[in-house]
Design a protein around this ligand. Structure first.
Ligand SMILES: Cc1ncc(COP(=O)(O)O)c(C=O)c1O
Length: 350
């Protein structure tokens, strides 16, 4: 199993910057809806969440067979990998490690397209399109905004990229962090003119990682293949109840967007002033950082003595031991991280 963020140690009071979950928590009314749904645990949910999926499809403005629900976004990555097993995939890295894990488990041939710090981890669209044309892969995997870099492209940019690539290529676009971004969703590209799967995790934006919920949208030809390898009842009744309720509170959604965007900019400006630390601009609810000296693991050990935990990134392809990622959390929590980093790194420089 790949490494993931999330402090797993003994200290319950640890301030965990290694997971990127909405700092405002889940929508307040959701707790009550979940409490009301507890009585339903004595019954089986629908095997594929049909009625809940129908409501979601209506909200999205697509037919039901364009949507599949998943036990977190993660399940949909694994379903896609096994539905089209044995293909060839181009993955833009560094990125979420589970694409490579799921695809290689399902016998895919992987080609990694490396982006680096010097180019701010952004694609060179022309060179990338040339590579895709030469490789003729079954699928291209693009995380937008990308975990762990926070790099995001506009729908227009991605459409241009797709236009330069063969029509046969399936585009797997993971928008799990798009809610936090000022960039628009690529939803308009799921129009049936080319094979696109758009993945949305519900766990990050709505602060429910323990509940497990995600969905994917795509042409019924792709979605039905994924549904064909899905276990029945994979999304439980509480998660299905959540799905019916998540979008009700527009104020919560607006507050989340405005808070994370404002706080992200404030945090980045403060982090950028710390000596010995490079901070990458981000379109998500986290920042990727690079130490000019020393390792992120040593830094994490020092931070842990102050009950702060970050995500070191040595396991991401193309990132070395100097890289780490930290979530944007509540203002006072972010201030604690900024102060701790500033004290440690200023002291090391002196
Ligand atoms: C880019 C990306 N996609 C998908 C997922 C899976 O999210 P979940 O299964 O919690 O919905 C994650 C989790 O960290 C992620 O970072």
């Amino acid at each position: 199993m790949n490494r993931h963020g999330g402090y797993q140690g003994e200290r319950s009071e640890m301030l965990d910057f290694s997971v990127n979950i909405n700092p405002l928590g889940m929508p307040p009314h959701l707790k009550y809806a979940l409490e009301d749904a507890l009585d339903g645990l004595g019954r089986y949910p629908e095997p594929d969440g049909r009625r809940h999926k129908k409501r979601l499809a209506r909200r999205l403005g697509v037919a039901d067979d364009w949507v599949i629900l998943g036990n977190g976004g993660i399940e949909l990555i694994y379903l896609y990998a096994s539905a089209f097993s044995g293909g060839t995939a181009v993955i833009v890295v560094p990125t979420f490690n589970e694409y490579a894990e799921a695809l290689s488990n399902a016998g895919w041939d992987l080609r990694l397209w490396q982006t680096d710090w010097d180019s701010r981890f952004r694609l060179d669209a022309e060179a990338f399109a040339d590579y895709v044309c030469q490789t003729q892969p079954t699928a291209v995997f693009l995380c937008n905004p990308n975990n762990p870099t926070g790099v995001a492209y506009s729908p227009n940019y991605i459409k241009n990229l797709m236009d330069q690539c063969p029509d046969t290529v399936q585009w797997f676009i993971d928008e799990s962090f798009v809610g936090f971004s000022s960039k628009a969703s690529c939803f308009e590209l799921v129009d049936g003119s080319r094979p696109v799967i758009l993945l949305r995790s519900m766990t990050k934006f709505f602060g429910i990682p323990g509940l497990r919920l995600g969905y994917a949208v795509g042409h019924p030809k792709l979605i039905s293949k994924m549904a064909g390898v899905q276990m029945p009842w994979s999304v439980n009744s509480l998660a299905l109840t959540a799905l019916d309720n998540l979008f009700e509170d527009q104020k919560y959604i607006d507050d989340t967007i405005s808070y994370t965007q404002r706080e992200r900019d404030r945090v980045r400006a403060a982090l950028s002033k710390i000596p010995g630390l490079d901070v990458l601009p981000s379109s998500a609810d986290f920042h990727l950082m690079r130490l000019q000296e020393g390792t992120a693991a040593d830094l994490n050990a020092l931070l842990e003595t102050q009950k702060i935990y970050i995500r070191t990134c040595e396991d991401f392809v193309g990132l070395g031991d100097a890289y780490f990622r930290a979530a944007v959390k509540k203002k006072d929590e972010n201030d604690r991280l900024i102060a701790a980093l500033s004290a440690i790194l200023t002291h090391q420089k002196a």
